[in-house]
Design a protein. Structure first.
Length: 356
């Protein structure tokens, strides 16, 4: 809490993060394939041709993340994010004008650049800056918007597709993203506590603890990290974490539909989406209460257990148990990388290393 007993402003940053991750992020993840069948059927293109557009969008993140993250950390985050949100929403709407796969690919290329600097990266930088205490909880709540947005938008987009067609649905979705996200960036987001004349939450407690123990947290530079085997292992671990998480999100739905039909599969998917909201929060709470190693252990066990249960998912009860385990564990893909980065490198070097 601040001195005047108002709510600590960092929690407004978290609320704003929820709104952005609930609207913009699902357009790249959960909602992207909602358009697959309508677009490919109408345009007469293959599903792989459509899927390539989303692959291009996400591939931009692989190559540009280090540069974008450093730019946001050292530059004017608010201006960069505002421009990125406007560009993203306007360009996203042009999907509705596409007449060929080439149009989809060009649009995705531009969106990939704007998405990085408008969503996850600036949010993770701000939350890291604002929270010394409860950072895991704040990060997990901010990123939980992805599940909330997927749960709310999935039926809405289905209705819009049925009533208005895929072209108008792209326009509607783009307008909603702009209507929600741009005011958040303009009026709520602040890059650091210094912009409001306050200190990060828990900064005084950390200072007192360090003085009492006579020691300080040690961090290393990015250049030094590249010379250490642990950093290479860390990068490989995060790559495999991303592959497994993304692969599960893409492959579990069709596997469940083949096993149990579309209605049951949709129920199971909704279940792990809802559980995933709480899974992120639980993972963040464990991180704050017991440390980063315990949160990794919790996420790793529940995540791995879901894959084991998928081997026996022809049994409907086990399939539902798998959804609970997967919902608890898949936060490893979104919450763990920023928490792990801040735990090792600290807030000062977070910006330059997180993109890597």
């Amino acid at each position: 809490m601040e001195r005047n007993n108002r709510m600590f402003y960092g929690w407004w940053i978290v609320i704003g993060s929820v709104l952005i991750t609930a609207t913009m992020v699902p357009s790249v993840m959960a909602m992207a394939n909602k358009f697959l069948i309508p677009v490919t059927t109408d345009m007469g293109i293959s599903r792989s041709a459509f899927s390539l557009s989303n692959a291009i969008l996400q591939a931009m993140g692989i190559f540009l993340s280090p540069y974008v993250t450093k730019k946001l950390a050292t530059g004017n985050l608010k201006i960069i994010q505002m421009i990125s949100i406007i560009v993203y929403c306007v360009v996203y709407a042009t999907y509705g004008l596409a007449q060929s796969p080439i149009h989809l690919y060009i649009t995705s290329f531009i969106l990939g650049i704007a998405f990085l600097s408008g969503t996850i990266i600036p949010i993770s930088i701000m939350i890291t800056n604002w929270f010394e205490k409860n950072r895991g909880l704040a990060m997990s709540i901010g990123l939980a918007g992805v599940g909330i947005g997927g749960f709310i938008l999935s039926p809405l987009i289905t209705i819009w597709l049925e009533n208005y067609g895929w072209r108008k649905t792209y326009f509607i979705y783009a307008f909603i993203m702009l209507l929600v996200s741009l005011p958040v960036s303009i009026f709520i987001f602040k890059k650091s506590p210094e912009d409001k004349g306050v200190k990060p939450l828990g900064a005084e407690e950390k200072y007192q603890k360090e003085n009492k123990s006579g020691s300080f947290d040690l961090t290393i530079s990015t250049r030094e990290a590249f010379m250490k085997p642990f950093f290479i292992v860390l990068l490989l671990g995060l790559i495999f974490n991303g592959l497994i998480n993304t692969g599960a999100l893409g492959q579990f739905p069709p596997a469940l539909e083949e096993l149990h039909g579309p209605i049951v599969a949709a129920t199971i998917i909704s279940l792990y989406s809802i559980v995933g909201i709480f899974g992120k929060i639980i993972l963040g709470w464990i991180n704050d209460k017991f440390g980063i190693d315990k949160s990794i252990l919790f996420g790793g066990i529940t995540f791995a257990l879901s894959f084991f249960m998928m081997l026996f998912a022809s049994n409907r009860i086990i399939a539902y148990l798998m959804a609970i385990s997967f919902g608890l564990g898949n936060a490893m893909g979104s919450v763990m990388p920023p928490l792990l980065t801040s735990a090792i490198f600290g807030p000062k070097r977070y910006g330059e290393v997180y993109g890597l």
